[in-house]
Design a protein around this ligand. Structure first.
Ligand code: GDP
Length: 490
């Protein structure tokens, strides 16, 4: 069994002390922004930063509503070794004419926003104006899955992974990978091309499991799904292997080699991510494309629940370790946000929140999660639609008006990416708990899932407004800010 935390002691203690010292001099919040691929991280960060810098409409963000925010501006980030979040490029995409969605997150990045503000009461008399550094750390949610590997030996991981593949629905890639395993002679002399083939088949299986068709069955290693800077690296050339009962592991060169590579992955990839990034976060937002899961089909809901328990499980890391005081993530607030809420009418936002609430509650139970304060909201970092009421057959239908993306279709109608349209998006299931139960058993009827999701173009810049003043329309980004950082301005 690997004992990952022991070897982190001195450096982690040093990092914690250094962070604490810095925090006293310059109050800093490290905000983690994560979520599975395409959940909306890039769009979220760009909108959040833009709305703070340009003074967007944020009435429920109390320091701004009280007129105590003086200015917000970007500064060089503290960690030179992490790529910078390409805010300017993403903003240019969103505000160009016609506007486009920015390129999505592929790896970790960071951005420092400094907010000058007037503190309250005594603090104001003592210190006058103050500055808060908001360090935003954007990272793929897939990488969180790897934290479960920290306490897992190769044998445990291999047993679990192979069992999961054998018990899962047989698919093209799972069958190909399992066939490869059955045919591999573990006592033969190692051939690099055989290891490469096994790793490629294993990766294809993992990617298939989380593809749109089998959405959200997200299994570690996370870098096999979202390699970031390790794309094409030999560090990702391994796969799980089990010997037959009674076989001697020392007689299997493949076994020792794969075990060595797995251990190297945990030591050189997973631990540094945990130590250098994850364990230093103060607050965390997890973005969830619950509407996308609904759209993908009923089974995707229970798969999403599975993925969320893995995510919540990672926030429990180190809980039972003797070094937990140092190593336990210090995150004290976690926000789960159902993104892209502008795809449904506002009268459905409560149902969307209810759905995610149900998902996270069950996920919390499974992950035995306790600790940080958790909140759930439905948001849109960028509001791409407006609401309108259309009369049809004497009935008033709440519709969404926007410009559907090129290629989106509704019945026979295929949109060209320029034409505006009013669309009735349908209704979310009335009872989220019931929808989830049906989702688990795969029996949600089409009546309860009467929805039509169309992807829209972002609204783009407003020709009448100077670029420096342009803000991004959103839904509830002020509530998000209030929960995540509002308490740090007293
Ligand atoms: P990432 O992979 O988590 O970085 O995801 P992105 O931020 O790139 O978002 C993926 C896609 O989701 C975008 O290209 C948009 O099509 C869509 N999207 C994200 N946020 C919103 C939103 O607030 N409103 C709408 N309508 N679409 C969004």
């Amino acid at each position: 069994m690997t004992q990952p935390v022991k070897r982190l002691t001195a450096r982690d203690a040093y990092e914690s002390a250094r962070d604490y010292g810095r925090a006293l001099a310059n109050p800093t919040i490290r905000l983690g922004v994560t979520g599975l691929s395409r959940s909306g991280k890039t769009v979220f960060i760009t909108s959040l930063v833009r709305n703070l810098i340009a003074g967007g409409r944020l009435p429920f963000f109390s320091p701004l509503a009280e007129g105590r925010i003086i200015s917000a501006y970007l500064e060089p980030q503290p960690d030179d070794h992490i790529p910078r979040f390409d805010y300017e490029r993403h903003l240019a995409a969103l505000t160009s004419s016609p506007a486009n969605w920015p390129t999505s997150t592929r790896q970790i990045s960071q951005l420092r926003l400094t907010i000058d503000y007037e503190p309250l009461g005594l603090m104001r008399r003592l210190f006058g104006r103050r500055s808060l550094h908001l360090d935003i750390v954007d990272y793929p949610g897939e990488w969180l899955l790897d934290l479960s590997l920290l306490g897992k030996s190769f044998d445990e991981w291999a047993r679990e992974s192979i069992e999961l593949a054998r018990n899962s629905k047989s698919t093209e890639h799972s069958s190909a990978w399992l066939k490869f395993l059955d045919e591999l002679d573990p006592t033969a002399e190692i051939k690099e091309d055989v290891i490469s083939e096994g790793a490629a088949l294993f990766r294809a299986y993992l990617q298939e499991a989380r593809s749109e068709k089998h959405a959200f069955s997200t299994l570690p290693p996370g870098r096999f799904l979202m390699p970031g800077d390790l794309d094409g690296s030999p560090m990702l050339t391994f796969f799980p292997l089990e010997l037959d009962e009674g076989d001697d592991p020392s007689s299997s060169p493949y076994m020792s080699e794969l075990k060595r590579r797995y251990d190297a992955y945990v030591t050189r990839v997973v631990k540094p991510f945990y130590r250098d990034h994850f364990s230093r976060l103060d607050r965390q937002i997890v973005l969830v494309d619950a509407l996308g899961a609904l759209n993908a089909g009923v089974h995707a809901l229970s798969d999403l629940e599975h993925a969320l328990s893995s995510v919540l499980g990672s926030f429990n890391q180190g809980k039972n370790s003797f070094l937990s005081a140092i190593f336990r993530p210090r995150i004290d607030r976690i926000l789960f946000a159902a993104t892209k809420a502008d795809h449904v009418h506002h009268s459905d936002h409560e149902r969307l929140t209810g759905l995610l609430q149900n998902l996270t509650e069950r996920a919390s139970e499974r992950a035995e999660f306790s600790g940080a304060e958790v909140k759930v909201m439905a948001i849109a970092a960028v509001r791409a639609t407006e609401e309108a009421v259309v009369e049809e057959g004497g009935q008033e239908l709440p519709t969404l008006v926007g410009t559907p993306l090129e290629g989106e279709h509704l019945g026979d109608k295929i949109f060209d990416g320029h034409e505006r349209a009013a669309i009735f998006p349908g209704d979310l299931p009335h009872d989220p708990a019931l929808a989830l139960r049906h989702g688990r058993s795969g029996s949600l009827s089409s009546l309860e899932m009467d929805m039509r999701f169309i992807r829209f173009r972002p609204p783009g810049g407003d020709a009448g407004t100077a670029p420096v003043r342009q803000v991004i329309p959103h839904i509830r980004m002020d509530h998000v800010l209030e929960f995540l950082i509002g308490d740090r301005f007293s």
